[in-house]
Design a protein around this ligand. Structure first.
Ligand code: IVH
Length: 669
């Protein structure tokens, strides 16, 4: 008996380590070595062993990331060392002054700095005691923050135990870092909230803060937060000479150290680093709002100390905000896929950070009222990353008295059905079952890349198909014959035949693609893939209960309810039956094997023939993977126009480079 329990203990321990390692490969290195299905398998084995042997439970098991129910409130935590803020600069002259000040203070000729991106997120501190995550807290006022440990634990890139590597594990380690929500996740979250009639987040930082401050960790777990580490508070029992060494040690311990960092040996090098990151900021997965320049030597940092709650050894060199003012010419409601009427501001066209902006979503009536936005107002716009611009505020000084308030129409501007606002919701919805605007959006979504990928199903065509009553649901697309198509405006025999061929081809799809195409609320590409890998077939997924759905990685109660709701709707089940009857065959997926299987790509600069997401999909379709940053493991660096800092690093590492032409060839063109 004792023998058996020792064996079980060992198996449990091994499973935990294995799962931790896979977590690390996936969430920290962005380079998994097993499929989601294999991971889930290991996870379930561990779960069931732990259930059979409650005496072997451990809070740092990978099964314990999402803890028990919601908290009543957050406790406060006093930081052992205050979390300071940074002084800001905006010009190269100020950078030179910063450097001169430091050299004078230390009486030195040269100072070595570390340059890092300034991540636009939420400042947090993680405390590891003997290598085990003990506390995660927000910055608060710098002295006292909130204890958000259960929420920090849901962030998959945060190790619950530090890994043992070349560096000894400190008795006490206080890690300083930034929690953020990747831009894609932010856009998805807002889209879902808009459709669900919930207030939207103004920018990724607010979304990250809102997600981190949930009393129910299950909600936090459903938001793909991430965390990068950029500094230490206290480090007891391990001595390191430089910040650079600390960041390397972080990586060694399984933490995600701030990426794209660089040693800077002069003011000029800092200037070049600034320019590079400002140019490349849109290519990053998260928002950055500047660079941080820090003295590398930790002993020198200590000598420099701080003034007025900011370290003397570091400075934030901020980018110019991507803002502009313009006038709202009109506000009109736009009807979305789920019938929500979104007020959109029509603007006097204005360039914001290199892009001409003509429209801005005002999200919903609550937003309009909160900001008191009126037709004719002059507003301040801001563009965050490649996110659609939003109205920061009204420039009330410019009001003339002729501005008009916008009122949501009581009937749908498209189908004339009643517009209703459900109890407790901010969204107004068109209740028309057959609203053509909804159907048009659905069709466009259905045919989009990443969904059924039907080339040629453009806006003008969809308009005609719906307006002429040729298509009443997505399945009707497959019943269109070439003759009917050829009779439409802007369509000839050839384009009709092409579209038919595209539709025919689209029937051989994958289950995740079909799931995306169905437009289930809260189900994006990642969730669709996880669902497909978990359930294998559409039928099994359609019959899954909410509890079963929540067994899927990253599916929380909200998402599970949305999926269940979708599949219980009679109309939806009918449409799916029709699709299957039309010959749509969603293939189950595991990780694709192909000619590029296992090959890792990094993309720098922009490509002429395709967008970045498209390149990613095509590489992945052949079994390859796109990595965010260059490493020794990278197989190919694809160099487009205006390549960024990745190119330099790739050269240093002597990695093979591909021009666009060569990539196309590899992709079989
Ligand atoms: S170092 C002593 N490095 O910016 C302060 N901060 O505006 C040390 N931030 O509160 C901060 N990216 O939360 C540092 N690479 C980075 C950062 C960074 C973002 C945040 C940090 C700080 C705020 C100051």
């Amino acid at each position: 008996m004792a023998r058996a329990s020792r064996d079980v203990r060992q198996v449990i321990e091994r499973l935990r380590r294995e799962l931790e390692h896979h977590n690390y490969r996936y969430y920290v290195l962005d380079d998994p070595i097993v499929s989601d299905a294999e991971y889930d398998d290991l996870f379930r084995r561990l779960e069931s062993l732990e259930a059979e042997h409650p005496e072997l439970a451990s809070p740092d098991s990978p099964t314990q990331r999402v803890g028990a129910g919601p908290l009543e409130k957050f406790e406060t935590v006093r930081h052992r060392h205050p979390m300071l803020s940074l002084s800001n600069i905006t010009t190269p002259e100020e950078m030179a002054e910063f450097d001169a000040r430091i050299r004078k203070f230390l009486n030195r000729e040269r100072i070595e700095y570390v340059g890092e991106p300034k991540i636009d997120g939420v400042a947090v501190e993680l405390v590891y005691e003997d290598g085990v995550l003990a506390t995660g807290s927000t910055r608060g006022d710098g002295v006292v923050g909130e204890n958000v440990t259960p929420n920090i634990r849901t962030i998959r890139s945060v190790p619950l135990r530090l890994h043992r590597g070349a560096h000894a594990i400190p008795e006490l380690l206080e890690v300083r870092g930034e929690v953020y929500l990747p831009i894609e996740a932010f856009r998805r979250l807002n889209r879902e909230r808009e459709e669900a009639g919930q207030p939207v987040f103004a920018n990724p930082r607010n979304a990250a803060a809102g997600s981190l401050k949930q009393l129910d960790p299950r909600i936090t777990a459903s938001r793909p937060l991430d965390l990068v580490c950029h500094g230490v508070g206290e480090m007891r029992g391990t001595k390191l000479p430089t910040l650079w060494a600390v960041l390397d040690a972080f990586q060694d311990w399984g933490l995600k150290a701030v990426p794209n960092r660089r040693v800077l040996d002069s003011v000029a090098a800092a200037g070049a680093f600034y320019a590079e990151l400002e140019r490349d900021r849109d290519a990053l997965a998260h928002e950055i709002d500047g660079i941080v320049v820090k003295v590398n030597d930790l002993a020198l940092q200590r000598r420099l100390g701080e003034i007025s709650r900011a370290p003397r050894w570091a400075v934030a060199w901020k980018f110019k905000p991507r803002q502009a003012t313009t006038r709202i010419v009109n506000i009109f409601p736009s009807v979305g896929r789920t019938g929500v009427l979104t007020p959109v501001a029509e603007l006097e066209p204005v360039p914001v950070g290199g892009v001409t902006v003509r429209n801005a979503s005002l999200h919903n009536m609550d937003e309009i009222e909160r900001k008191d936005v009126r037709i004719g107002d002059t507003v301040l716009l801001e563009r965050a990353g490649d996110v659609i611009p939003y109205v920061v505020k009204v420039v009330t000084e410019r009001r003339t008295g002729h501005e008009k308030r916008f009122r949501m129409p009581s009937t749908c501007p498209v189908c004339g059905a009643k517009v209703e606002r459900a109890e407790g919701e901010v969204a107004y919805r068109c209740i028309g079952l057959d609203c053509p605007a909804k159907l048009k959006q659905q069709l466009r979504f259905f045919g989009a890349r990443g969904a059924m990928d039907v080339e040629g199903l453009g806006e003008k065509l969809v308009e005609q198909l719906v307006d002429r009553g040729l298509v009443r649901d997505v399945a009707d697309l497959y019943a269109l014959d070439a003759e009917t198509l050829a009779s439409l405006e802007r369509m000839g025999k050839k384009s009709a035949a092409n579209l038919r061929a595209q539709l025919e081809r689209s029937k051989q799809t994958t289950l995740p693609q079909l799931l995306v195409a169905l437009g289930i609320r809260q189900v994006g590409e990642a969730t669709a893939r996880a669902l497909a890998e978990h359930f294998g077939t559409l039928e099994r997924l359609m019959d899954a209960s909410e509890t079963e759905l929540q067994e899927v990685r990253d599916v929380g109660p909200e998402v599970a309810a949305s999926i269940r709701g979708f599949f219980t709707e009679r109309q939806n089940r009918k449409a799916i039956q029709k699709l299957l009857a039309a010959g749509v065959r969603p293939a189950a997926v595991t990780r694709p094997k192909g000619p590029l299987a296992g090959k890792k790509f990094v993309l720098t600069g922009s490509l002429e023939s395709m967008t970045r997401p498209e390149a990613q999909r095509r590489i992945e379709a052949l079994g390859g993977r796109l990595q965010a940053s260059v490493s020794k493991e990278t197989d190919y660096v694809v160099v487009g126009a205006d390549p960024g800092s990745k190119l330099k690093k790739a050269k240093t590492l002597g990695l093979p480079m591909l021009e666009e032409k060569a990539l196309l060839k590899l992709l079989g063109e």
